[in-house]
Design a binder for this molecule. Structure first.
Ligand SMILES: NC(=O)c1ccc[n+]([C@@H]2O[C@H](COP(=O)([O-])OP(=O)(O)OC[C@H]3O[C@@H](n4cnc5c(N)ncnc54)[C@H](O)[C@@H]3O)[C@@H](O)[C@H]2O)c1
Length: 258
């Protein structure tokens, strides 16, 4: 299917190749599938074996997909995955860094292990995924990188010392990469969603009073859904956003408008 007959061909991803990390479930899976619906071929990565089911799902949409069971903290393995993507598809047009974790702990209780896990995945691994794909994109003089940050990178929230630090780091890293790579045709942006119910956040919503306290911060009066985030990702991946780089797109229902 080609989308070029639609009123907005600027959103067509036909013929584009997208790497999505954290694609086995949650936001990453939703983004990968919506990219496939809009025409993109996929390289889907995750530490969980469930990522493999995306090959058949993308195939059913008429797209080619490679699933890679991979720990993105393993930097040589990330580089090998990027090389494999180039070998299979000849180019990389889009990278979505969605793999991420949170281990909510009060600041007095944060362990070194939890700090290293959160910063190691959310910030360090994300940077080296940007670097590996960025080398290909800079060489081909085009590309889109979308880093999945969080509203918690812009506002503080209790029990998020490591998580908020990692996401604030992602926001600034996004701007630095945007500046370095803009002359080479590579746009680098971030999406900073408020809460969405996914396997990551489901246990948080089981805590008494958590949902009410979150919703009380959101002028729109409800948490986000997967489509709110995939729509933002489609925009940042597509020609429609050609002039947008170094931006952190808050999909926060107005949380940070206060
Ligand atoms: N759900 C939310 O409310 C929310 C809000 C703001 C930002 N985010 C961010 O969105 C991203 C996705 O979150 P989600 O809610 O979909 O979580 P999720 O737990 O449902 O999905 C995250 C995926 O990343 C994968 N992953 C974890 N460690 C990995 C590793 N080392 N290597 C490769 N893959 C790994 C997991 O297996 C999982 O499939 C995260 O970066 C998160 O911080 C989520």
């Amino acid at each position: 299917m080609t989308m070029s007959s639609t009123p907005f061909p600027e959103f067509d991803l036909s013929g584009r190749v997208a790497i999505v990390t954290g694609a086995a479930r949650g936001l990453g899976r939703a983004i990968a599938l919506d990219f496939a619906r809009y025409g993109a071929d996929l390289v889907a990565c995750d530490i969980l074996p469930e990522v493999r089911t995306l090959e058949a799902q993308a195939g059913a949409l008429g797209r080619r997909a490679l699933a890679r069971e991979l720990d993105v903290c393993d930097i040589p393995a990330v580089r090998a995955m990027v090389d494999g993507a180039v070998k299979a598809f000849g180019r990389i047009d889009i990278l979505v860094n969605c793999a991420g974790i949170n281990i909510p702990q009060s600041a007095l209780e944060v362990t070194e292990d939890a700090w290293d896990k959160i910063l190691g995945l959310n910030l360090k691994a994300l940077f080296f995924c940007c670097q590996a794909a960025g080398r290909v994109m800079v060489a081909q003089a085009s590309g889109r990188i979308i880093n999945i940050s969080s509203t918690m990178g812009s506002v503080g929230m209790a029990r998020r010392a490591a998580y908020s630090s990692s996401k604030a780091g992602v926001n600034l890293l996004t701007k630095v990469l945007a500046i370095e790579w803009a002359p080479h045709g590579v746009n680098v942006n971030a999406i900073a969603p408020t809460f969405v119910e996914t396997p990551l956040t489901r246990p948080m919503f089981e805590e008494r009073g958590f949902r009410d306290s979150v919703v009380s911060q959101i002028p729109k009066g409800h948490i986000a859904n997967l489509k709110d985030v995939t729509g933002a990702a489609l925009y940042l991946a597509a020609d429609a956003s050609a002039m947008v780089t170094g931006h952190v797109l808050l999909v926060d229902g107005g949380w940070t408008a206060h």
